[in-house]
Write a protein that binds this ligand. Structure first.
Ligand code: HEC
Ligand code: HEC
Ligand code: HEC
Length: 73
């Protein structure tokens, strides 16, 4: 995903295989597909949208830290 914070790459393998998440935990409520991608800001993620639904410091590391885990320089 292209954005001002440094492009992010989302990995299905990390989430489905390593973290053991079910497709339904993300589809279709949080995400549909890349063509219909709806951009969200970090502020929206801190309110629990998109990646922030899980990356809240409880289910997974928070969107307020480890910027470089999601953003490439
Ligand atoms: C942790 C959340 C998460 C899980 C779990 C997940 N996905 Fe996704 N999926 C995403 C995201 C994020 C995108 C990109 C959406 C966007 O760009 O708006 C995506 C996109 C897709 C797409 C569209 C690809 C494209 O090129 O348009 C398909 C198909 C898909 N996922 C299938 C699956 C299936 C099947 C599973 C279960 C095996 C699964 N996903 C599990 C988050 C997830
Ligand atoms: C869990 C992954 C994740 C973490 C951690 C994360 N980001 Fe992001 N960030 C994203 C994604 C994904 C997008 C693009 C969203 C979209 O296009 O829908 C984004 C977008 C952005 C944007 C552009 C939108 C906006 O809000 O202006 C900036 C700037 C940004 N991130 C900065 C940061 C900074 C600084 C940190 C660390 C404090 C951080 N990000 C941590 C995933 C993350
Ligand atoms: C349904 C919950 C969920 C959603 C939504 C989600 N993640 Fe995750 N993510 C996890 C879990 C659980 C882990 C593994 C635990 C951890 O690393 O804290 C993880 C781990 C990661 C990791 C670390 C991978 C590694 O190498 O260890 C990255 C990077 C990441 N997610 C990025 C994203 C981005 C970017 C988005 C949004 C596009 C996103 N995640 C949305 C649950 C989610």
């Amino acid at each position: 995903m292209k954005n001002d914070g440094g492009d992010t790459v989302f990995s299905h393998a990390t989430h489905v295989v390593d973290a053991g998440l079910k497709c339904r935990e993300c589809h279709p409520k949080l995400y549909t597909n890349t063509r219909q991608h709806r951009a969200v800001t970090m502020a929206m993620m801190e309110q629990g949208q998109s990646c922030g639904a899980c990356h809240d410091g409880k289910a997974a590391f928070s969107v307020k830290e480890r910027c470089e885990s999601c953003h490439q320089q």
